[in-house]
Design a protein around this ligand. Structure first.
Ligand SMILES: *Cc1c(COP(=O)(O)O)cnc(C)c1O
Length: 364
């Protein structure tokens, strides 16, 4: 008989149920909110689908800002539940303009909910969140923010801005696990969600999670996945030890240094810095150059670049500086790799000056 080794990952201890409430409380602190914080034992896109499914119903009108596939999925989930959805779609890979949202709200006075993504990891853009939330608040509209990419990378002041629902995942700027996510839900949102036909007895039912929160959060609905919960706790420990302010500053610095280095290389930034996220910088390649060979060249140096997302994006390359990559070393490697790729293609690039620009950004 062959002996099969027993991997210790099979026998993970139970996550102590009395610590769920503390996880929720600590996430609320990161989001700067006193609203209910709910845990979802799945990746963040499931939490987003739960929000749309729980809000949607015939008769509800929603304005849905689309700046990536996540936004278009959110609109589809709302429609599936019978809601009347007005999509406002930004130019590909660009942020939405607050004025476009104001015009759409004025044209659709029945809108009761507005959804948008804060920062996009797909394109590296930042939407004008405070302006858009203020437009919605002035009209009494419930706001839903996909902050999965932005949490830890950009300030996210849920209560100060008045965000009714904020959805986050720990696996991007917070550097945590991908299999658990969270959301905050305020009173106005609960009033919209809790109605006679609200979904129940479903992994997508926020009403069920409210029952959990109201009952003191001492047991999760469903079967707890201890590995994910221990990993979430470890990520929160690390973020708190570093300090949220420092995590945010680290991402801001990485974005600034990346743009300084790229500019010194003569690269074209896809969006101006004030429209860019602190997570990813997208560059527009010189004409005639395609993304694939650049990405392949960087990969041979151990540097991961990714292609642009969406139609007409084959000339875009995304340079990631999120989470563990928001450091001097990772940013410098990105810039050197990009410069070397340009030179390999026969284009001029002053890698020395660009490296110095990165170093200068870090030595202020
Ligand atoms: C990554 C991401 C998601 C999806 O998160 P998963 O945890 O991968 O499901 C949703 N929205 C935005 C803006 C993201 O960047």
């Amino acid at each position: 008989m062959t002996e099969v080794a027993w991997n210790p990952l099979y026998g993970v201890p139970v996550y102590p149920a009395e610590r769920y409430a503390s996880l929720a409380h600590r996430i609320g602190r990161l989001l700067r909110t006193d609203n209910d914080v709910l845990l979802v034992q799945a990746e963040a896109v499931v939490a987003l689908e739960a929000v749309a499914t729980s809000l949607a119903r015939p008769g509800l009108s929603a304005l849905n800002v689309v700046t990536s596939p996540y936004g278009s999925w959110f609109g589809q989930w709302l429609r599936r539940g019978g809601a009347n959805v007005i999509d406002i779609v930004a130019q590909p890979g660009r942020p939405i303009e607050a004025v476009a949202v104001a015009v759409a709200l004025d044209a659709n006075p029945n809108v009761r909910a507005l959804a948008l993504v804060h920062a996009e990891s797909a394109s590296g853009i930042l939407n004008p969140l405070p302006e858009i939330i203020a437009l919605a608040k002035a009209r009494g509209i419930v706001t839903i923010v996909d902050a999965v990419a932005s949490v830890g990378g950009h300030p996210l002041e849920v209560d100060a801005l008045g965000i009714d629902i904020a959805v986050i995942g720990p696996q991007k700027a917070l550097g945590g696990p991908a299999g658990v996510s969270a959301l905050s839900v305020g009173q106005n949102a609960w009033e919209l969600i809790l109605h006679d036909d609200a979904p129940h007895n479903s992994i997508l039912a926020l009403a069920d999670l409210k029952t959990w929160a109201d009952a003191g959060r001492d047991a999760l609905p469903g079967t707890p996945a201890p590995l994910e919960l221990f990993a979430l706790e470890a990520a929160l420990d690390r973020v708190e030890a570093e300090g949220l302010g420092q995590v945010l500053a680290r991402h801001e610095k990485a974005a600034f240094a990346s743009r300084a280095g790229l500019t010194a290389l003569g690269a074209n930034l896809w969006v101006p810095a004030e429209q860019g996220s602190n997570l990813v910088t997208t560059v527009s390649l010189p004409s005639g150059m395609e993304a694939t060979p650049i990405i392949g060249f960087a990969a041979r140096l151990g540097v991961e670049f990714t292609p642009g997302v969406g139609t007409g994006s084959s000339h875009l390359v995304r340079i990631n500086h999120t989470g563990a990559r928001a450091t001097f070393q990772a940013v410098l490697a990105n810039i050197v790799a990009y410069g070397a790729a340009l030179r390999q293609a026969g284009l001029p690039a002053d890698i020395g000056t660009a490296s110095e620009a990165v170093a200068n950004a870090y030595s202020d």
